[in-house]
Design a protein around this ligand. Sequence first.
Ligand code: AR6
Length: 186
Amino acid sequence: MQGMKAYLNGAVVVTTGDITSFDVDAIVNAANSSLLGGGGVDGAIHRSGGPAILEECRKIRSTQYPEGLPTGKAVATTGGRLKAKHVIHTVGPVWHGGKQGEDILLQDAYRNSLAVAESLGAKTVAFPAISTGVYGFPKDRAAKRVAEVLKQYFSTPRPIQTVYLVFFSSQDAELFIREADPLLSP
Ligand code: AR6
């Protein structure tokens, strides 16, 4: 898979495209607490992956999370018809101005998704820019928070080989690189 820029000895690759087409072990979904679908990347993943994903989400709701998946947590389902074997559903924070724990919750969403990916034995994982769409988290600030998580995560040996950060536009990818570069460059 081609990237615009690689960081942390190739463990993190910044790229653009439609995450539903990625041939990786797991893709992450920017879901909502209901786990029952929505718009944005969530809608695209359910459309491309088919009904098996929603079926497993319903099961998770009826067993593990009857009240919904809390913000910052992550769970896995099949990838259904996607190339990716697994979808990791996480819920990013809704932006309320930045003083309601949004930074930590966004980082929790990435960290817990990485932990789930590890538990699945995934070697390659693709993330969308969680919370930066309808949830309104500022993209520049999100870039810094994500860079911090990945820098810390890959500061010790990890079973995950490559994390792809997938942006929907090259403008978004460039913005990420601008903000994250000072934190991720050697
Ligand atoms: N591939 C990669 N990135 C995408 C794609 C795609 N196919 N589609 C959108 N993006 P959003 P959120 C980018 O709104 O802010 C849903 O309704 C998009 O440009 O999908 O976490 C859920 O059900 C943006 O930068 O997620 C929730 O209710 C990023 O993905 C709510 O939206 C995230 O945008 C979650 O909001």
